[in-house]
Design a protein around this ligand. Structure first.
Ligand SMILES: Cc1cc2nc3c(=O)[nH]c(=O)nc-3n(C[C@H](O)[C@H](O)[C@H](O)COP(=O)(O)O)c2cc1C
Length: 455
C-alpha cells in the first residue's frame, strides 16, 4: 500500500508513470466502417465541433496529448466506401481544439519532405503561442508516392529525405529562437515594443534548405514546440535521437518495443543527450466492451464486411490454406499444426496463438490480428494489463491509443481503462503542469540545442 501511494505521487518527468496520447486521424475512429456505426455523425469528417468534443473527452481522461497524423494529403483506400485516413487540415483543426481545451498537448505531423521550413516554423510556433505552450510537431519524412504526387514530385531517396529532415529541424528551431526569449518589452509608457538587438536574422543556408529570418513570433509558455518523430528505421533512430523528445511507433511485441526504445535511447546518448529526454510511445488499438464476446461482436459489426478479403491475408501470414467462405468455423487443428507463421510479419505468432484457442475464423479476424498495432478486444482491464506489462518491461514510456470508433471509444477508454491505471499508480490523476513540455518532462529548450547542432 505504501509503495502504491508513493508511486502515485511521483513528480512529473520522473519517468515512473506512463504517458497516454490519442490518435484522432480522420475523426471517425481507427476501424474501417467507423463512419457507419450507430451513433456516429456521418458528416463528422468535416466537423470541427466533433473534433473538439473528442479532444475534450481525452482531456477529461488526463491524456498528455492528441496526435493528428498527416501526409500531407489523404491516403485513400476506397473512397467509394471509406473515409480518407487523415483530417481536413491538421493545423486548422488543432487551432480550433486549442480554443476549447486547456491542458492537453496538440501534436500534428508536418512533413520535412514537402514543406518549406519557414512555413512550418511559423505555423507550429503560432499554434504554440495560441495554445499557451501545448504544441508538438511530429517531424517525419514522407514516404508515400501518393503524397509526392500531390506536389508533382517523386519520393526522394532515403539519404535526401533524411538529409533534408536534419536541416529542416535545425533551421526551424533556429527560427523559433530568432525572437529572443526576453526581447518583447511592449512597454506602453516608454514606447519600446521590442529589443531590436534580440530579434535577429538566422541567415542559414544548408544543402537542402535555407532561411534568413527572423521569425516574428515571441516564445510561448513552453518556449517553443516539442519535437516528435514517428518511424523505426535506423535513419529514424538517428533523427529522433538527435532532436526528438517523443517517438510514436508501431511495435507488436514487448521484445520489439524494448529493442526500438533502446535504439532511440542509444541514439540520444550518441548526441550527448540524456536518454530519458526521449519518450518511446508505441500504439495500441482498442475495442473496449463489457467482455470479450461483446467486444468481438462490435468488431464484427464494424469490419466484418472486409473479413473475406482479410482471410486471404491471414492465409499468407500463417502459411496454410484458409477457406474464406467458412467464417463460422475454427481452423482445424491439423491445419494449424502445419502453420508456419511468416517471419516477415511480426503479428503472425499472435495470430497463430489466437487461432489455436479455437475461435471461429470470423472471431480470429475480429481479434484484430492483422491490424497495424496490438489490439485489445475486451474489457478495460485487458488494456490496462497490456499497458502495465509493456511499461514495466521497459518497452514503452507510454502509448498512443487508437479507439475503434471515436464517438464512444474515447469515453470507454477514459471510463474503463484510465481509472485502473490510476488505481495502480501507473498514470497521473491530474495534470501537473499546463504545457506539453511539462506533461512530457522534457527539458527547457529555446532555439537550437547546442549539444546536437554541430554533430
Ligand atoms: C507510428 C507511425 C506514425 C507515422 N505517422 C506518419 C504520418 O503522420 N505521416 C507520414 O507521412 N508518415 C508517417 N509515418 C511514416 C514515417 O514517418 C516514415 O515515412 C516511414 O516510417 C518510412 O521511414 P523510413 O524511410 O525511415 O523507412 C509514420 C510511421 C509510424 C511508424
Amino acid at each position: 500500500m505504501d509503495s502504491l501511494r508513493e508511486r502515485t505521487h511521483l513528480p512529473f518527468g520522473s519517468g515512473k508513470q506512463m504517458l497516454i496520447g490519442l490518435h484522432l486521424g480522420n475523426g471517425y475512429g481507427s476501424q474501417p466502417g467507423a463512419w457507419r456505426m450507430p451513433g456516429v455523425d456521418p458528416e463528422s469528417y468535416t466537423s470541427f465541433d466533433v473534433r473538439v468534443k473528442q479532444a475534450q473527452a481525452a482531456e477529461r481522461g488526463k491524456f498528455q496529448f492528441i496526435f493528428l497524423p498527416d501526409g500531407p494529403g489523404a491516403v485513400i483506400t476506397d473512397i467509394e466506401s471509406e473515409s480518407p485516413a487523415f483530417n481536413l487540415d491538421v493545423m486548422m483543426t488543432l487551432a480550433a481544439v486549442a480554443r476549447e481545451t486547456q491542458y492537453i498537448g496538440l501534436v500534428a505531423t508536418g512533413s520535412t519532405t514537402f514543406n518549406e521550413p519557414f512555413n512550418l516554423a511559423r505555423q507550429f510556433k503560432a499554434l504554440d503561442v495560441m495554445s499557451h505552450g501545448r504544441a508538438g510537431w511530429n517531424a517525419i519524412t514522407s514516404s508515400g508516392d501518393d503524397v509526392a504526387a500531390n506536389y508533382g514530385r517523386k519520393i526522394p531517396s532515403s539519404e535526401d529525405r533524411y538529409g533534408r529532415a536534419h536541416e529542416v529541424v535545425q533551421l526551424i528551431q533556429a527560427l523559433w529562437g530568432s525572437w529572443g526569449k526576453d526581447a518583447w518589452v511592449h512597454n506602453q509608457q516608454t514606447g519600446q515594443f521590442a529589443k531590436k538587438e534580440q530579434i535577429l536574422p538566422i541567415s542559414l543556408q544548408g544543402k537542402y534548405v535555407g532561411s534568413r529570418g527572423p521569425l516574428y513570433i515571441p516564445p510561448s509558455e513552453q518556449g517553443q514546440p516539442i519535437i516528435f518523430h514517428a518511424g523505426g528505421s535506423p535513419n529514424a533512430h538517428e533523427l529522433a535521437g538527435r532532436f526528438a523528445n517523443a517517438v510514436i511507433d508501431a511495435a507488436f511485441t514487448i521484445e520489439d518495443a524494448r529493442a526500438q526504445r533502446n535504439a532511440f535511447r542509444e541514439a540520444a546518448k550518441r548526441y550527448g543527450r540524456n536518454p530519458d529526454e526521449i519518450k518511446y510511445i508505441p500504439g495500441l488499438m482498442t475495442t473496449i466492451a463489457k467482455d470479450r464476446r461483446a467486444a468481438l461482436d462490435r468488431r464484427i459489426q464494424l469490419t466484418g464486411h472486409s473479413f473475406r478479403q482479410r482471410a486471404g491475408y491471414l492465409q499468407q501470414m500463417l502459411g496454410i490454406p484458409i477457406d474464406a467462405a467458412r467464417l463460422d468455423e475454427p481452423i482445424s487443428k491439423e491445419l494449424l499444426q502445419d502453420a508456419r507463421p511468416s517471419r516477415y510479419d511480426p503479428r503472425a505468432p499472435h495470430a497463430l496463438k489466437i487461432a489455436k484457442e479455437g475461435w471461429s475464423l470470423r472471431d480470429i479476424l475480429a481479434h484484430g490480428v492483422i491490424d497495424y498495432h496490438p489490439v485489445i478486444v475486451g474489457p478495460g482491464i485487458e488494456a490496462a494489463d497490456h499497458m502495465q506489462a509493456w511499461f514495466e518491461a521497459g518497452a514503452a514510456d507510454g502509448f498512443w491509443i487508437s479507439p475503434d470508433v471515436n464517438s464512444d471509444g474515447i469515453d470507454a477508454f477514459v471510463d474503463e481503462v484510465v481509472p485502473i491505471l490510476q488505481e495502480r499508480g501507473l498514470f497521473h490523476k491530474e495534470y501537473e503542469g499546463k504545457t506539453l513540455r511539462q506533461h512530457l518532462g522534457a527539458p527547457d529548450q529555446y532555439g537550437i540545442d547546442p549539444r546536437v547542432s554541430n554533430k
